[in-house]
Design a protein around this ligand. Sequence first.
Ligand SMILES: [Zn+2]
Length: 409
Amino acid sequence: MVTRRPRYDLLIAGGRLVDPRAGRDGRFDLALAGGRVAAVAPRIDPAEAARVHDAEGLMVVPGLIDLHTHVYHSATALGVAPDPLAARSGVTTLVDAGSAGAGTYAGLRDFVIRPAATRVLAYLNISYPGIFAFDRGMMVGEAADRALLSVAHCVAVAEANRDTIVGIKVRMGAGTSGELGLAALDCALDAAERAGLPLMSHIGRPPPSYAAVVDRLRQGDVLTHCFRPAPNAPVDEAGRVLPALRRARERGVLFDIGHGMGAFGFDSAEQAVAEGFAPDIVSSDVHSLCVDGPAYDLAHTMSKLVACGVPIADVLAMATDAPARALRRPDLGHLGEGAVADVTLIAPVPADFPFRDVTGGERRGRWLLRPAGLYRAGTFVAPAARPFEAGHDRPAGGRSDRDNAMEAP
Ligand SMILES: [Zn+2]
């Protein structure tokens, strides 16, 4: 007797598949084999697969990428452990945004990145110690002392770790670059240029001004905290997007949410979106001081953008295709045949949820994007509880989960 081996290891069937790279948004089946995407089609015979995951009522999307997190746990006060965070938020790739500098990167690599089941990449801080003194009631700006900003050390470590370091990070603002101001940004740009990598710049309270920082960024560089509240908001007092931001976008500078503890304001976000200036990328900037609110995680931050009027499919692109491109990792963030089988399942749940920004501002949102598990190179990771979103689901009102998944705006 001959037993035929099924062609596919797994079929994820019946969901609404959204793959922004491929321009797909509709009902498709997804077949996985050997940890890769093997086929995408309106219908694939379940008999061809060893197992079937019924995804009716779910959105099936490329593994989410959180471009701005802090996961150097146990070594920096900011750090949170990557795997529980990733499971809770439906994320398959986390990027640490500058927790480590040249002097501390080996620890991030050996004690966090290598043992993690989640893919972890990193922006290397231009400052030698990385973010070394950020806690409640404690902030010593790592970019305020010129002696710490060694371009040579930064470039050497970036070049020795090309598999995990995806860019250079600098934190610009009164509390972080202090009196050095734009000189800190110039050091970081110099390092990025020499290493041939993109830069991610934080924007905090002035000085320097938002315009002065963004004017220096190059094509492919990322400005994070793009919708922070005033001072240094993306809009002027009349609610108009600053001309410097439009100039930067024309050059190819990328604008990233980076919610965090102090960097997302509903007024800024709504005014910018109303002016046609949606962000390029959505990220959480989750760290120990905002993982229990107001940022929580990437999925929650994405739901907030939906509450600001950004369509769900656009928000999904901002957490998949767009960050993959910013990382120069076109192998990630899509579900084309041959792609690594990183897949996130999301239930769009009708809700009446009081979202909060970093100023205490509140907006009632109509949808929660609830992670319903993920596949990491084809291996299932169960969803974790989200107690901070509990108790706000709207009654179904005759709608099925399938209706919600297919028709969520
Ligand atoms: Zn950060």
